[in-house]
Design a protein around this ligand. Structure first.
Ligand code: MN
Ligand code: MN
Length: 318
C-alpha cells in the first residue's frame, strides 16, 4: 500500500518543521498516471491588476501545509488511504509573458488530465484557472463552485486587454469551457468600477450569492443552493482566498472587507461532500502581504478540505 498510495512524512517521527516542504508533506512525484489527485503549484501572478505577490503562493502554502495531519476532523476521511495523492511540483510559467504562460499552464494540466488524474492547484492569481479549464473542460463545459469577493467576469482592463485575474470566468464561458447555469459565486461584495461590472454573471445565468445574502440566509442555505446549482455534473471548486474577510486572510492582492469567516468557509466546503468533482484550486495567496503567514495557513487548510472531498470522489468512482 505504501508504494501504491503515497504517504506523507510521518509527523510523529519527523517533526513538521523539518524536511523539504511539499504539499501536505507528500512525496514529490512526476508521473500523474500513478496518481488519482495531483497537488500542483502555479507560481504566477501575471494576471494581477493590483497588488502582486501571488507568484510566491505555492512555496508558502507548501510550507504551511505541513500543519495538516492525515485525517479530516469531522468527516473522518483519511485521504491518503483512499486516493493516490502526491505533490506534482509546479507548472511551468513565464513571469514576463501572459499569453505564453497561459499556454504553458494549459499544457501542464492537459498532461495531468490525459493521465486520468484530478488536479488541485495552488496559485498564483485567479487567471490560472482559465488555462486549467482549457486543459480539463475542452470536451464538455463544467460547473463551478466559486468563492470570491469578486465575480471575475469583467470583460477587459487597461484598454481592451482580455486576460487578467478579473476576467477568467467570462472568457471560460465564451470559450464553452464553463456552463454558467451550473456556476455559483459566493461571497461577492467588492466595490465596482461601474454599475454593470457583474452583469455578465447575471445575464449568463450564474447564481451570484453576494455577501449580504450569505449573511441573510446563512451558510446552510448557501450550501443547499450551491448543491442545487452544481447538480450531479462535473464540477470544479475555485477558492479565491479574498472571499474571506481580510481579518482572516490579509495576505492577498485585492482584499475586501466584510467577507466570510474561516469557520464559514470550512462549513461551506464541508457541506459539499458527494459532488462530482473534476478539479479545484486555491488562489490569490500573496505572501509579501502576509506578515503573519496566516493567509498561507488558511490557503493550505482550504486545500486540505478540497483534497478530502476529491479523495472521497475518487474512492467512490473506483
Ligand atoms: Mn478571483
Ligand atoms: Mn477576488
Amino acid at each position: 500500500m505504501a508504494q501504491e498510495f503515497p504517504q506523507p512524512i510521518d509527523s510523529v517521527l519527523t517533526p513538521r518543521f523539518g524536511a523539504i516542504a511539499t504539499f501536505m508533506r507528500l512525496p514529490h512525484m512526476t508521473d500523474p498516471a500513478k496518481l488519482d489527485i495531483a497537488l500542483v503549484g502555479v507560481p504566477w501572478d501575471g494576471g494581477t491588476t493590483n497588488r502582486p505577490g501571488a507568484r510566491h503562493g505555492p512555496r508558502q502554502i507548501r510550507d504551511m501545509s505541513a500543519m495538516m495531519r492525515r485525517v479530516h476532523p469531522t468527516s473522518m476521511v483519511a485521504p491518503f488511504e483512499i486516493a493516490r495523492i502526491a505533490d506534482l511540483g509546479d507548472s511551468p510559467v513565464n513571469p514576463i509573458d501572459v499569453m505564453d504562460s497561459l499556454v504553458r499552464i494549459e499544457k501542464c494540466f492537459a498532461a495531468i488530465h490525459a493521465a486520468g488524474c484530478m488536479p488541485l492547484a495552488a496559485g498564483g492569481d485567479h487567471l490560472i484557472t482559465l488555462p486549467i479549464f482549457r486543459a480539463i473542460a475542452r470536451n464538455r463545459p463544467i460547473g463551478m463552485i466559486h468563492v470570491d469577493a469578486h465575480c471575475d467576469t469583467n470583460d477587459t482592463y487597461f484598454g481592451g486587454y482580455k486576460y487578467t485575474h478579473g476576467t477568467p470566468f467570462r472568457r471560460a464561458v465564451e470559450e464553452g469551457l464553463l456552463d454558467p447555469k451550473r456556476v455559483v459565486q459566493i461571497g461577492i461584495r467588492a466595490s465596482m468600477y461601474a454599475k454593470d461590472d457583474n452583469d455578465f454573471s447575471h445575464s449568463s445565468g450564474m447564481r451570484v450569492i453576494e455577501m449580504q445574502e450569505v449573511e441573510k440566509i446563512g451558510i446552510d442555505a448557501v450550501i443547499a443552493e450551491a448543491r442545487r446549482v452544481a447538480g450531479d455534473g462535473p464540477t470544479y471548486i475555485s477558492f479565491d482566498v479574498d472571499g474571506l474577510d481580510p481579518v482572516f486572510a490579509p495576505g492577498t492582492g485585492t482584499p475586501e472587507t466584510g467577507g466570510l469567516t474561516t469557520r464559514e468557509a470550512l462549513t461551506l466546503l464541508r457541506g459539499l461532500r458527494g459532488l462530482n468533482l473534476v478539479g479545484g484550486d486555491v488562489v490569490e495567496v500573496s505572501p509579501p502581504f502576509d506578515a503573519s503567514g496566516n493567509t498561507a495557513l488558511v490557503g493550505a487548510s482550504m486545500m486540505f478540505e478540497i483534497m478530502c472531498l476529491m479523495a472521497e470522489c475518487v474512492a467512490k468512482r473506483r
